[in-house]
Design a protein around this ligand. Structure first.
Ligand code: HEM
Length: 150
């Protein structure tokens, strides 16, 4: 006679052990919190969006893509403006407060100019869009990096 009962018992025990050992079911995996993006990652998203914007803002067939990219840029600016640049990580007290305020003011102004760009594109003012991108957004990015990135 075959030892059916012991085999079943071993299978059941193995299943229970795996479950207790934390083998995650798909449902458990789905409920695990994901790590929040870092400032660097938000900046990476901003960079991709800004590339889409600066390459497509003067092309009628790219308007939808550009408007979507402006939304992505804005969302990442909002997320970034209350984060702490790693270059400030050694600071404390008043020095940190002053630098964080300066950083946030610059990010808020950047957000403001992206909203102005959105209006320019929605109202068909290509010259204004060109001016905002070349004379404001690029310099704001470069100055921000000189002051705050490593
Ligand atoms: C359209 C505007 C901007 C774009 C496209 C942009 C893009 C980028 C990119 C590609 C990086 C490198 C990310 C990496 O791989 O680590 C970066 C880093 C950084 N950017 Fe920007 N940036 C913009 C505006 C600004 C502004 C205005 C500021 C400051 C006021 C700023 C502060 C920083 C800082 C602090 C880092 C280093 C991240 C860290 O400390 O962990 N960026 N940015």
């Amino acid at each position: 006679m075959k030892p059916i009962a012991p085999t079943c018992a071993v299978l059941v025990a193995a299943t229970v052990c795996l479950a207790l050992a934390g083998t995650a079911s798909p449902a458990a995996l789905a409920s695990q919190p994901e790590a929040l993006p870092t400032l660097s990652e938000h900046m990476g998203e901003m960079s991709d969006a800004f590339r889409t914007i600066s390459r497509g803002y003067n092309k009628a067939d790219k308007l939808d893509d550009v408007l979507e990219a402006i939304g992505t840029l804005q969302q990442n600016i909002v997320a970034s403006k209350s984060m702490v640049p790693s270059r400030l990580s050694e600071m404390s007290g008043e020095e940190l407060e002053t630098s964080l305020t300066e950083y946030r003011v610059r990010m808020a102004k950047l957000l403001d100019r992206t909203a102005e760009l959105e209006v320019a594109l929605l109202t068909g003012d290509e010259d204004l869009a060109h001016m905002i991108i070349r004379d404001e957004l690029y310099p704001m990015r470069d100055e921000g990096h000189e002051l705050f990135s490593d």
